[in-house]
Design a protein around this ligand. Structure first.
Ligand code: LMR
Length: 400
């Protein structure tokens, strides 16, 4: 029945790990997937996550029943508070519906399916470039995907003029995907003033914002600062969607824990939206898993654990920022041709190096350094002991 099938290519991001795992070299380095590593190059389970898990294990009253279709109520409430702010009028007015989903991807997909079914405008604009999974998620959800200019290779910064022009000519009501902070893959974010201009333009044209918030706390080390873009769009009283992931900021990658929030005009609408989200979710995976959401809820509701989390989160963000400086200094010391200041200027987990796919292939072949072919490197995968190796590889790639 399946003999006609062609071999499908590996995923452009997760496939990098597949190739990495096959490489026997002792110096190999995986800077592909955006997953945090310690200075020793090891995955990190946050102390606060261990604490929360211990607490869950010790609580004999906990059972493994099905969650409701929309997930753990407490988790949903706390997630909305985390992204919109404790004093958000939208929450106070019960205009927000939040459903627990399978991390960022699952939240985007549920949101996409909902929009494909119930929103009058099927066009979604995504930034160019964007996370490789975005176009696939939304196309499969039945939306028509278009791009808006975002990154300017010449300045390695934001193409703000291009962005305004493209959103300015988008059909009224179109959906616009926005990265809440720490844009993936470029590490380039609008300033708050630019966000304000984007907001005004989008609201004046009735464009519907769909935020992907996968890095809250990772851009600046501050959870509130990294939610500013979203909060600006909620403060004006308008509608929006937000997909949240706890993969990075709590290190819960494999627990697949995230949330989709839809901010509506009235509490009545929010209730009906939620009822329709249940119809989207039930035939897809019935209801979400309980463990990861319980960890998140335990941390978010306990002041002491919340504080511990923010300290650990800041430490991860700071280590990434320090790696940016170390890599920049290492290239500077080697006299590597080119302006590498974008390594320091870009924010979040990634540096969009500007290296082309041939240079990336060269670095993989000669130096066993694995990264996505668009030249993105995960700074979170780098450490003081490996930065010299990476700098040697970049230097060789641009000079050979
Ligand atoms: C990434 O961009 O590396 C991460 O978001 C992981 C993923 O699922 O692609």
């Amino acid at each position: 029945a399946f003999s006609h099938l062609l071999q499908a290519p590996e995923d452009p991001i997760l496939g990098v790990t597949v190739a990495f795992n096959k490489d026997p070299s002792p110096v190999k380095l995986n800077l592909g997937v955006g997953a945090y590593r310690t200075e020793e190059g090891k995955p990190l389970v946050l102390n606060v996550v261990r604490r929360a898990e211990q607490q869950l294990v010790n609580d004999r009253s906990r059972v493994k029943e099905y969650l409701p279709i929309v997930g753990l109520a407490e988790f949903n409430k706390l997630s909305a508070k985390l992204i919109f702010g404790a004093d958000s009028p939208a929450i106070r007015e019960n205009r927000v519906t939040t459903v627990q989903c399978l991390s960022g991807t699952g939240s985007l997909r549920v949101g996409g399916e909902f929009l494909g079914r119930h929103y009058h405008q099927r066009i979604i604009y995504i930034p160019l470039p964007t996370w490789g999974n975005h176009p696939k998620v939304f196309t499969l959800a039945g939306l028509s995907v278009k791009t808006y200019r975002y990154y300017d290779p010449a300045t390695r910064g934001l193409n703000f003029q291009g962005l305004l022009e493209d959103l300015g000519t988008a059909p009224s009501g179109a959906i616009v995907l926005l990265h809440a902070c720490a844009h993936n893959p470029t590490g380039v974010d609008p300033t708050l003033e630019q966000w304000e201009q984007i907001r005004q333009l989008m609201r004046s044209k009735g464009l519907l914002p769909f935020f992907d918030s996968a890095y809250q706390g990772f851009a600046s080390g501050n959870l509130d600062a990294d939610a500013q873009s979203v909060r600006m769009f909620v403060a004006d009283g308008g509608e929006c969607l937000v997909a949240q992931s706890y993969a990075k900021n709590m290190g819960l990658y494999g627990e697949r824990v995230g949330a989709l929030s839809i901010v509506c005009n009235t509490a009545d609408v929010a209730g009906r939206v939620e009822s329709q989200l249940k119809l989207v979710i039930r035939p897809m995976y019935s209801n979400p898993p309980i463990h990861g959401a319980s960890i998140v809820a335990a941390i978010l509701k306990d002041r002491d654990m919340y504080n511990e989390w923010t300290i650990e989160l800041k430490a991860m963000a700071d280590r990434i920022i320090s790696m940016r400086h170390q890599l920049f200094d290492a290239l500077h010391a080697r006299g590597t041709p080119g302006d590498w200041s974008h390594i320091i200027k870009q924010i979040g987990m990634f540096t969009f190096t500007g290296l082309n796919s041939e240079q990336v292939a060269f670095m993989t072949k000669e130096f066993h350094i694995y990264m996505t072919s668009d030249g993105r490197i995960s700074m979170a995968g780098l450490s003081s002991t490996t930065v010299a190796h990476l700098a040697d590889a970049i230097h060789a790639a641009v000079t050979h």
